[in-house]
Design a binder for this molecule. Structure first.
Ligand code: PEP
Length: 258
C-alpha cells in the first residue's frame, strides 16, 4: 500500500521583506491557514527575518525555513551562515540547491552532497531543489539532468534517511517566468524522480515528498497539487502575498483534490 504523504506548501520569499514587512505578513497569514487541515506550511525567509519569524510563528502550524546554509558548523567562510547557527535560531528546515543559488552563486552538486546530510544531522528538514533548463528540456536532456542531480546531491544520505529529504522539482524555465509545466510534464518528471529514489530504496520512494515549483499561483495550484506524484508546492512570487499564499495552501489540503 502506498505511504500517506502529508503535503507541504512552502513559500520561498527569496530576497524580499524587511523584518517589519515580514511581521505584517505573518500576522495576515496565520489566521488564513490556521484551520486548513492535512497540509504542512512553511515559509522560507531571508536570514535577517529568521528570528522574528520563528518567534511570531511559534505555536502555529507555520514552519520557518532558511534559504541556504553552509555545510560546516563553523569556520573562516565570510558571509556564510552555518547549520549550527540556523538550529540555534530555531528554524525547522532549509532550502538547498535552489536554481538561483546554483546559477548566480555557483552552488555545486559537491557542496550539496555535504549540505543535505549536514542539515539532516542537525535536525533540519532539507528541501533539495532540482530541475532542468529550457534548453535541456528542448534537447530531451531532462531525465539525464534529474538523474545526475538526484544521484550527486543525495550521495551521502543513507537510504534510511532519504525519505526525510523533500525534493522540489523546479523546471528552471518555469521559475518566475509565468510559464508553468503542463500537468503531464510535471507528473512525468516527478514520477521519474520518485523512480530514481526507488532505484536506491523502494520504501523511501514511497514515502519521499516531491514538491512542484515554478510559477504556482492560486489559479493553477489545484490542478498541479492534484497530480499523483505531487506532494505539495514550492512557491516563489505568489508566496509574497499572504492572501494568495493562503489560497495555495488551501489547494494543497487533501480534501481540495490531493
Ligand atoms: C521558486 O523560487 O522556487 C519559485 C518556484 O518561484 P516562482 O513561484 O516565482 O516561479
Amino acid at each position: 500500500m502506498a505511504a500517506a504523504r502529508t503535503p507541504l506548501v512552502a513559500g520561498n520569499w527569496k530576497m524580499y521583506k524587511t523584518e517589519a514587512q515580514a511581521e505584517e505578513y505573518i500576522q495576515a497569514l496565520l489566521p488564513r491557514v490556521s484551520s486548513v487541515d492535512g497540509v504542512e506550511v512553511a515559509i522560507c525567509v531571508p536570514f535577517t527575518d529568521l528570528r522574528a519569524m520563528v518567534d511570531s510563528a511559534r505555536g502555529s502550524r507555520v514552519e520557518v525555513y532558511a534559504q541556504n546554509m553552509h555545510q560546516e558548523p563553523e569556520g573562516p567562510f565570510t558571509g556564510e551562515v552555518s547549520v549550527t547557527m540556523l538550529s540555534d535560531v530555531g528554524v525547522q528546515g532549509v532550502v538547498l540547491g535552489h536554481s538561483e543559488r546554483r546559477a548566480c552563486f555557483g552552488e555545486t552538486d559537491r557542496a550539496l552532497a555535504l549540505k543535505v546530510p549536514a542539515a539532516l544531522e542537525a535536525g533540519l528538514r532539507p528541501i533539495l531543489c532540482v530541475g532542468e533548463t529550457e534548453s535541456e528540456r528542448e534537447n530531451d536532456d531532462t531525465d539525464r539532468k534529474l538523474r545526475q542531480q538526484i544521484k550527486d546531491d543525495l550521495v551521502n544520505v543513507p537510504n534510511e534517511r532519504l525519505a526525510e529529504v523533500t525534493i522540489a522539482y523546479e523546471p528552471i524555465w518555469a521559475i518566475g517566468t509565468g510559464k508553468v509545466a503542463t500537468a503531464e510534464q510535471a507528473q512525468e518528471a516527478m514520477a521519474f524522480i520518485r523512480a530514481l529514489v526507488g532505484d536506491r530504496d523502494a520504501q523511501a520512494a514511497d514515502a519521499v515528498r516531491i514538491l512542484y515549483g515554478g510559477s504556482v499561483k492560486p489559479e493553477n495550484a489545484a490542478e498541479l497539487l492534484g497530480l499523483a506524484d505531487v506532494d505539495g508546492a514550492l512557491v516563489g512570487g505568489a508566496s509574497l502575498d499572504p492572501r494568495s499564499f493562503a489560497q495555495i495552501v488551501q489547494a494543497g489540503a487533501p480534501n481540495e483534490g490531493l
